[in-house]
Design a protein around this ligand. Structure first.
Ligand SMILES: Cc1cc2nc3c(=O)[nH]c(=O)nc-3n(C[C@H](O)[C@H](O)[C@H](O)COP(=O)(O)OP(=O)(O)OC[C@H]3O[C@@H](n4cnc5c(N)ncnc54)[C@H](O)[C@@H]3O)c2cc1C
Length: 505
């Protein structure tokens, strides 16, 4: 007879429910009797309630979980996201002059026989259009407040790559409903104590349901990190010497007019010691001020948030303060326990990568966990890949900060060589002489493709010196991008209309 194996997930935020759904679907729990998945959550403790910007991988994940796209959009008040506009990162607004650049999800378009990137680099910096505008149509589409797809396009499918903005609490609820359909048992209880043993976790003790044991424990308790940080005391690797922000004040802002234009991109607006996010959902905005407590006190952060358009003193008074230490656990999988989500690590909300890390972890656990034998060798591989992902992410996020020419202390310190990870210093040295290439990265441990590095580098005015003067060329390869962009503006619906239409079905 096959032995019964059990997976016990603690925590019902995005990490807990996404992992539960993924494993239930992958292991086909609903139709087998040898593996069970139980998720324990404590509504009294609640979830972190932020994390409202997504990444394109979410489309594949939701589709794999069997969640219909329109249902997801309706139930989570979601909108489409085509990238992030970075305001004031290169320089602070001065005498009415502002700077911004766009990081779209689309890769640069290919010209038939030459690299658009190389051609753009060869143009006169004083005359050429911004990088993202020159090499992709997505900036134009987003700036025109268009959606990335037409109403007739299939679920999760579109001519342009996209992700979503969504209400984080409602996302967890949608995933919970799907998890239960897929065979996950949900228990409402509070973890009181976790006992460590030779295998990792020996057992857990709960307030209402007493002691529980399992074959695999998944710690999704968020910043509490009850198992990995508490019972197993796995060391925490802080990256604060590289990424300085450690606090966020998050609030919700109603729209003045229900028919207001709906941006299909996140805005990340730099301020004197960090940045603000502005995310447009269907029926409200989510706004947050991220900052370094070494460079800004909470009162000043409150004032910066209050001064952001539409927030005001009342909005900022309602804001929630979230404190975190940027970093991750030295190992995420220890014996019979794996940490996923905030329990495993969190480096920065910039570029909205929390959920991507959860997706990567869930997919790897699904393939690596061996119910009939030890998983130790696979756990070592899991740890190596997850740590590499965090380190690569750290480099990518730091890139946004270390190229800034702003002169406040926070920004100056961000350009100090000691604050730039050595691996990023090496990449920057390569890119002084050529553009980022796909051969710069090992794909399995990367979240961002090489072209994302191009968008940030050239959006932030980084100089790559090409070998010599380019021969004058007659054709204008960017004309095609402009023409496609104009066509897309005619063909694609206004984002607000698209969302209204989906919600009316
Ligand atoms: C300021 C900020 C902005 C962010 N922005 C983004 C973003 O735009 N995009 C993105 O992808 N990610 C973002 N993230 C990360 C994102 O919020 C998380 O990755 C995501 O919400 C997953 O959180 P979680 O499930 O790990 O934790 P939580 O949502 O905190 O869930 C923890 C769960 O554990 C339960 N729990 C805790 N202790 C116990 C106990 N003793 N007993 C029982 N249950 C317990 C809680 O009740 C809860 O259900 C952001 C994070 C921060 C801090």
């Amino acid at each position: 007879m096959t032995e019964l194996r059990s997976i016990l997930i603690i925590g019902g935020g995005t990490a807990g429910w996404l992992t539960a759904c993924y494993l239930a679907r992958y292991l086909d729990i609903a139709r087998r009797r040898d593996v069970t998945i139980t998720l324990v959550e404590s509504p009294a403790i609640g979830t972190i309630g932020v994390g409202e910007g997504g990444f394109p991988t979410m489309r594949t994940t939701l589709q794999f979980l069997g969640i219909d796209e329109h249902t997801f959009i309706r139930k989570t008040a979601a909108t489409f996201k085509q990238g992030i506009r970075f305001d004031h990162w290169l320089s602070a607004p001065r005498e009415g002059r502002t700077s911004n650049f766009f990081h779209p999800f689309e890769a640069p378009l290919y010209a038939q026989d030459e690299s658009l990137v190389a051609r753009w680099l060869a143009q006169d910096p004083a005359k050429r259009p911004p990088f993202a505008e020159a090499v992709t149509i997505q900036q134009r589409v987003a700036a025109g407040a268009r959606g990335p797809k037409a109403p007739g396009d299939g679920d999760y499918d579109a001519p342009l790559s996209y992700a979503y903005h969504f209400d984080a609490e409602r996302l967890a609820a949608v995933l919970a409903a799907r998890g239960i359909e897929l065979g996950v048992e949900r228990i409402d209880d509070r973890l009181l104590a976790a006992e460590a043993g030779p295998e990792g976790i020996a057992h857990l003790r709960f307030e209402r349901t007493g002691t529980r044991e399992a074959d695999l424990y998944i710690d999704c308790t968020g910043l509490h990190a009850e198992l990995i940080g508490g019972a197993l005391a796995e060391p925490f690797v802080s990256v604060r010497r590289y990424l300085f922000t450690d606090r966020a004040l998050a609030c919700r802002v109603p729209y003045d007019q229900p028919s207001a234009e709906l941006p299909s991109h996140t805005v990340a607006a730099a301020h004197e010691a960090g940045w603000l996010w502005d995310i447009a959902l269907r029926d409200r905005r989510g706004v947050g001020c991220v900052y370094s407590s070494d460079h800004l006190d909470d009162a000043r952060a409150h004032a910066i948030l209050a001064a952001h358009p539409g927030v005001g003193a009342a909005g900022a008074d309602d804001a929630r303060l979230i404190c975190y230490d940027p970093g991750y656990r030295a190992r995420h999988w220890v014996g019979n326990c794996v940490a996923v989500g905030l329990a495993a690590g969190f480096v920065e909300p910039l570029e909205a990568t929390g959920i991507v890390m959860i997706e990567a972890a869930a997919a790897m656990i699904a393939e690596f966990w061996t119910p009939n034998g030890p998983s130790d060798a696979s756990a070592a591989r899991f740890n190596a890949l997850m740590i590499a992902r965090y380190e690569n992410l750290l480099n990518f996020l730091k890139l946004h900060y270390c190229l800034s020419r702003r002169d406040e202390p926070f920004w100056r310190t961000n350009t100090d060589l000691q604050s730039i990870p050595p691996a990023l210093q090496e990449l920057l040295e390569r890119w002084r002489w050529r553009a980022p290439s796909r051969f710069d990265f090992a794909l399995d441990s990367e979240t961002f493709a090489f072209f994302s590095y191009q968008y940030i580098l050239y959006g932030m005015g980084f100089k790559t010196r090409l070998p010599g003067p380019q021969a004058a060329k007659m054709t204008d390869p960017f004309a095609k991008v402009r023409a496609y962009g104009e066509q897309a503006l005619r063909d694609l619906p206004l984002h607000r209309d698209l969302i209204d239409r989906i919600n009316a079905t």
